[in-house]
Design a protein around this ligand. Sequence first.
Ligand code: UD1
Ligand code: CA
Length: 464
Amino acid sequence: MNENLEVIILAAGLGTRMKSATIKILHRAAGRPIIDYVLDLAGDLSPAPPVMVIGYQREAVQKCVGNRARFAMQEQQLGTGHAVLQAASFVEEGGGAGKRVLILSGDVPLTKPETLRSLLDEHTRAGNALTLLTMRLADPAMYGRIVRDESGAVIRIVEAKDASDEEKRIDEVNAGIYVFEAEHLFDNLRNLSPENAQKEYYLTDLLAIIRDAGHRVGAVVANDPVEALGVNSRADLAQVETEIQRRVVAKLMSEGVTFRNPNTVVIDSTVTIGADTVVYPFVTLEGMTRIGEECVIEPGVHLINVTVGDDVHLKTGTVAEDAIIEEEAAVGPYAHLRPGSQLGRRVKIGNFVETKKAVFGEGAKASHLSYIGDAEIGADVNIGAGTITCNYDGVHKHKTIIEDGVFIGSDSQLVAPVRIGRGAYVGAGSTITKDVPADALALSRAPQRIVDGWAARKRESRKR
Ligand code: UD1
Ligand code: CA
C-alpha cells in the first residue's frame, strides 16, 4: 500500500467493437463486471479510492461501482490524454506535490498486483518521471509501438495508425499502464496537441515530451502479455473469461479441491469450495455459491447462489438456485431445487424431484418423481414416489405443512393449505384436502372393487 499513490482508471469509452448496447466495462467475466477486477487491483495498491474517468453510460457505471471510486466526467472522448486531464483536480487537490499516479484502463482486468508492484519498484529505483508497462506480441496489431534508441532506451511511443511501415514491425507494444510523477503529468497534458491520425490528445505523447525535457523515462516488460489483454471485442471477452477461469481453478486446486477435468468446468470468481471436494467434468457454479469440504459434485451440476455444507453429494444433472443444502445431504440425479429450497442435514432428494420454497427437516426424504413447493417438511418425513403438493389454486399460492415423522404414500396429492400432523400416515394414491391429525391414517382413494372373471369374459367375447 502506497499512501502517496493515486490510481486513475480510464473508462469513458463505449467500446464499439463489442457491438453491444452495454458499455464494455460492465460486461461480465466469470460472474463479475470487468471493471470489478480493475477496482480490486487499484484497491490492492492504494488506500484512496481510485479516480475513474467516465463518459458513456455514466449512470450505469456509477450505479455498479458505487463508492468504490471517485468519478471524473469526460464529456467528449477526445483521447486518452484528455481523459487523464479530467482527473487532475482530484490529484492536485491539496497540492499534489510528491504524488505518484498509476494509470490503468477500465477494460484491462487481468493485470496482477505483483506486476504493478514491480512497475512501481522500478519507477522508484530508477528515479523516473514516467515508467510504463510494455509487452512483446507476435502480432502487435493496433497497439502503440515502443521506439527505443541504439542504447535500448525508450524514446517515444507511436500509435499504430501513425506508425511508418518500419515502426509497425516493432513487436514491443504499450500495455496502456503507466506510473507518473504527478508534477510531470498534468502540466504536460495541458500542452498536448491533437496533431495525429486520430485527431486525439494522446497520453502516449508524454513519453517523448518528458524525455526531451531531460527527465528519466523507463519501461518494464510484462512476462505474460495476457496481463495487458483489453476487452475490445467478444473474442477478447471470451479470452479474458478463459484466463480468469484458469486462475480460479488453479487457486481452488491449491486450496485442496480435486477437478477430474479442470478444462470443462465453469466457475465464477465469486465461488468458494472446501478442501477434499471432488468436482467432476461439466459442472457450472455461479454467483455466491459456497461449497463445503469433502463434497462430490457430479457431471452436469449447475448451481447459482447455493450454499452447500460439508459431505454433500450432488449427483449428475442437479440444478439449484438460491438454495441451501446442509451437510451430508444427497441430491439427484436430475433434481431441481428452485429458490427458497432448504435441505437440512442428511436430507435425500432423489431423481426427478422439484422443490421450491420448501424447507426439509433433518433426515427427510423425497426419493422419486415429486413436486414439493411452498412446504415445510419435518424431520425424518418420508415422501413417497410421485407426491405432489398442489400449492396453486390458479390465483394464490398455499402452504403444505408436514410434521416430523410423517409417511406420505406414493402418488399422493396434498391440496394446500393443508397440514399433516406429527407421525401420521397418508395412504398411497390419496388426495388430501383436509388436515390430518397427528398419528392418524388418512386415506382418500376409492375403495377397490373385484369383479370376478371379468377379464376372461371380455377375451371370450372378442374371439366371437
Ligand atoms: C491506447 C494507447 C496505445 C496502447 C493501448 C493499450 C493511446 C493514445 N494509445 O490505445 O498506445 O497500446 O491503449 O491498450 O493512449 N478512454 C477514455 N477517453 C478517451 C479515450 C479513451 O476514457 O477519450 C479510455 C477507454 O475507455 C479505454 C482506455 O482509455 O479504457 C484506452 O482507450 P482506447 O481507445 O482503448 O485506447 P487504444 O486506442 O487502444
Ligand atoms: Ca482509441
